[in-house]
Design a protein around this ligand. Structure first.
Ligand SMILES: *Cc1c(COP(=O)(O)O)cnc(C)c1O
Length: 453
């Protein structure tokens, strides 16, 4: 019998996260205070974030950061996650490529997001914080944070992008089941929300707007911190448990990936699977390709600019050096809600600028076509976000077939799609389409950016 699943034991849950910045020759540029344009220190971030997280955010020297025992224990609820050889998909594609995926969909909330949610809730609790705020797009981060907040006895308020609040009610139900308060964004509860609603009453929200609201509430509430599910360095750090486990599992499989693929929203699951392997590239000169798959309708890595920009629509956050489409970019309403963000994490942005990684864009219909093929061959219905990675993997596997070359592909299955079946219904009924963005569309939000770099 061929081995399909490579499992680790609970004792194999990593004991430290990998901080790639320590190994980067070109470190990411610092975040800037928008008023003074001066680099920020960890202390500047303390009002917004838990201290330990603010320190992790700017840590450029420690290669390894110990995972607290309480966090490891909670990871043990579902980690280590399986590494699976996708024999069914390989056969359907008739490819010589070997395809492996890391199955992060088995977490209690169905995505990789819990890896960071638990760590962030832990540090907030440890510092004596009682309330936290956050935002969520399609609801995966909100669901993960609701679970983690409950685990540590914290009160959580989640600003959920209005279109998802209305169209994807079941993740809202999940959040409420775990005990969080969920508010549709834009809302009348903040200055940022009121401004947007009065200027454009039809606006169905974006992650950028929801971030503005969550940040504003956190800054105005005593003993309250803000948490974020992607983009930031400490989030990428926590997600490295994915790649660290996969590293061991690939070794057990007796293979080494030629190419690693992950879908890309702000970069957290991509960083999680890719960074531990990029360590081999940096420290041992290993040849490895890492590919970020982003939606063609929100293409910051393939069509954005590398520039300082705000992380949110209203401009409350520090200025971050990143690939961006401009913080006022309003992405089309594709069904992969978790990928609708205008920017990319600063570490990933530096790596992309330095040519260490690649990016590719995927049309919505190609993502769903790959998703359905994956469901029918591997028995897991993938999240619309993860389907972008699968579509990019299909391309790699088809190329291997044309070239007649064996290659080993590893990708991250960031989540399942069982709460996204409404989008599958639309796809299967032929009601979904691609979104064509022209250079002129992109220029509207990119051109106004201040040229700091
Ligand atoms: C949030 C999310 C993403 C995108 O976020 P990244 O930070 O880029 O990983 C991808 N897949 C799933 C399932 C998600 O929930």
């Amino acid at each position: 019998m061929t081995t399909k699943k490579i499992l680790l034991e609970e004792k194999d849950i990593p004991s430290a996260w990998y901080n790639i910045v320590a190994d980067m020759k070109n470190k990411p540029l610092p975040p800037l205070n928008p008023a003074t344009k001066q680099p920020l220190t960890s202390e500047d971030l303390y009002p917004l974030f838990a201290k330990e997280l603010a320190v992790q955010e700017l840590n450029q020297t420690d290669q390894w950061i110990e995972i607290p025992e309480e966090v490891r224990e909670l990871y043990g609820m579902w980690r280590p996650t399986p590494l699976v050889r996708a024999y069914g998909l390989e056969k359907a594609l008739d490819t010589p490529a070997h395809i492996y995926f890391k199955n992060e969909s088995i977490s209690p909330v169905g995505s990789h997001k819990l890896n960071s949610a638990i760590a962030q809730a832990y540090y907030c609790k440890k510092e004596g914080v009682s309330n936290i705020t956050t935002e969520t797009g399609a609801g995966q981060w909100g669901a993960a944070m609701s679970y983690a907040a409950k685990a540590f006895g914290l009160e959580l308020a989640v600003y959920m992008v209005k279109i998802s609040y209305e169209q994807k009610p079941y993740r809202r139900s999940m959040m409420q089941t775990f005990g969080a308060q969920v508010i549709a964004s834009p809302s009348m509860s903040t200055k940022a929300g009121r401004k947007i609603i009065t200027e454009n009453p039809q606006y169905m929200g974006s992650l950028g707007t929801a971030i503005s609201e969550a940040v504003e509430l956190a800054m105005q509430t005593p003993n309250c911190k803000y948490v974020l599910g992607s983009v930031l360095n400490h989030v990428a750090l926590h997600q490295t448990v994915i790649g660290l486990e996969a590293e061991k599992q690939m070794e057990i499989a007796g293979e080494y990936p030629d190419v690693i693929v992950a879908c890309f929203g702000g970069g957290s699951n991509f960083s999680g699977i890719a960074f531990p392997f990029l360590r081999h590239k940096f420290t041992e000169g290993k040849e490895i390709r890492v590919v970020a798959a982003e939606p063609a309708s929100c293409p910051k890595l393939t069509h954005g600019v590398f520039q300082y920009d705000f992380g949110d629509e209203a401009g409350y956050t520090p200025l971050l050096p990143m690939y961006t489409l401009g913080h006022t970019f309003a992405p089309p309403h594709i069904h992969a809600g978790g990928l609708r963000y205008h920017g990319a994490g600063t570490i990933v942005s530096q790596l992309h600028k330095d040519g260490v990684m690649e990016a590719t864009d995927v049309e919505q219909l190609d993502a769903f076509k790959a998703a359905v093929l994956f469901a029918r061959t591997e028995s897991i219905i993938p999240a619309p976000e993860s389907s972008h990675a699968i579509a990019a993997v299909v391309r790699e596997a088809e190329r291997a077939k044309i070239e007649g070359k064996q290659k080993t592909i590893l990708f991250n299955l960031s989540g399942h799609g069982l709460i996204d079946m409404a989008s599958y219904d639309k796809y299967l009924a032929g009601d979904l389409s691609n979104y064509e963005l022209t250079d002129a569309d992109l220029a509207k939000s990119i051109n106004p950016l201040e040229k700091i770099i």
